[in-house]
Design a protein around this ligand. Structure first.
Ligand SMILES: [Zn+2]
Length: 278
């Protein structure tokens, strides 16, 4: 029998599900092979050398063997453990939002290295921030551009006029902004305030350093979050699940009852400031 072909890649674990007694099928993001599914045999055994390197959100260096249906993970070494995202529900929920958007905007085996880089960076940003709201929005806006769905944010897609600093409109089916007059005629559009438009433009320019320092009032946060979700859902043609999970975590943490969701003790979790509901 010929030796199977092997290849090395770094990868981020997007999703996984258990197979049989000890195996898992992983959905991986990779820089050069796009999104792919791979089999990790025996990974659920405590003695597995792969265990720990193939948890959700972990960035690992992998060696894969080409299989008949699924490629096989034969070696894995953690590059970026993302412990906070794996161990604390608040960051888990945000990291899950990032990963789901990546998953929804990509097809299998389509190389998109810029999008992969954004994903790796976004997971780092999520972990570094006490409040990862802007980190997630920055990824959503960046990911739309990197996958070819950059929304128009400067002129009206109806009449082509440059937008004025008034309440305009955002229409996901149109692919971006409409002026107030054209927006009134588009049933799929929603009002877009000047401040929300400014933040979206800042994120589209990729200026995360400035964006992360913005103090966003709760109504503005809700408006921006709902706008980016609408744009992504229109492209994906599917409702995102992670924002609902995050909303649940926010609600629970706002009530100061995070322990109710966490059966195991979480050092440090009790001392964290409850996040601002947004
Ligand atoms: Zn117009």
């Amino acid at each position: 029998m010929a030796r199977p072909h092997v290849y090395r890649t770094e990868a981020i674990v997007l999703r996984r599900f258990d197979l049989g007694e000890a195996d898992r099928i992983l959905t991986l993001a990779t820089p050069r092979y796009g999104k792919l599914r791979a089999l990790a045999k025996g990974v659920r055994r405590p003695t597995s050398r792969l265990a720990g390197h193939l948890e959700p959100f972990v960035r690992s260096a992998l060696l894969l063997a080409i299989g008949r249906e699924l490629d096989l993970v034969t070696q894995a070494q953690t590059l970026d453990a993302h412990r906070r995202a794996r161990e604390d529900l608040w960051w888990t929920a945000h990291a899950y939002c990032v990963v789901e958007v990546f998953d929804q905007l990509t097809a299998e085996r389509q190389e998109n290295e810029p999008l992969y880089d954004l994903l790796a960076q976004a997971l780092q940003h999520v972990e570094q921030e006490a409040d990862p709201f802007v980190a997630v929005r920055a990824f959503e806006v960046g990911a739309l551009s990197a996958s070819g769905y950059q929304p128009e944010l400067h002129r009206c897609l109806g009449c082509q006029e440059t937008l004025q600093p008034v309440v305009n409109a955002l229409s996901p089916p149109a692919g971006g902004t409409l002026c107030s007059r054209c927006g009134a005629r588009d049933e799929a559009s929603r009002p877009l305030t000047v401040n929300a438009l400014k933040v979206l433009r800042l994120l589209q320019r990729g200026d995360y350093a400035t964006a992360r320092r913005l103090r966003l009032a709760p109504p503005l946060r809700r408006e921006i979050e709902s706008a980016t979700a609408a744009l992504i859902q229109h492209v994906a043609q599917r409702k995102l699940q992670a924002p609902g999970f995050l909303a649940h975590v926010r609600q629970t943490e706002a009530l100061g009852a995070s322990e109710a969701l966490l059966p195991t003790s979480q050092p440090g979790a009790a001392h964290r400031q409850p996040p601002t509901a947004g």
